[in-house]
Design a protein around this ligand. Structure first.
Ligand code: FES
Length: 101
């Protein structure tokens, strides 16, 4: 089983351009972490990060090594994200095309 790593954009900015940090992404990352701990999962990493690129589709996240991108995430998506991180089944309804594809 490959170890998965979720990066969640929590970027903040004041320019007026959308930024994931203003849309609750830190709470999404925290909820995913909480649910992973509840399930006793220690083979997954969750990291908040700066801008991933597709700011207008935020809140965004990406799972590696799967290279699956997500957008328009809400805290209600946290359980499905945990399922992806553990079982490897992406959340189809929230997938984004990778930037530059
Ligand atoms: S601010 Fe989140 S993708 Fe740019």
């Amino acid at each position: 089983m490959s170890r998965r790593h979720l990066f969640v954009c929590t970027n903040e900015r004041s320019s007026g351009k959308p930024a994931c940090g203003a849309s609750g992404s830190a709470a999404i990352a925290a909820e995913v972490t909480r649910l992973l701990l509840l399930r006793g999962e220690t083979n997954v990493l969750v990291t908040t990060c700066a801008c991933l690129g597709p700011c207008f589709d935020g809140p965004t996240a990406v799972v590696y090594p799967d290279a699956v991108w997500y957008g328009a995430l809400t805290i209600e998506d946290a359980p499905a994200l945990v399922d992806h991180l553990i079982d490897g089944v992406p959340v189809a309804a929230k997938q984004l095309d990778p930037p530059g594809s």
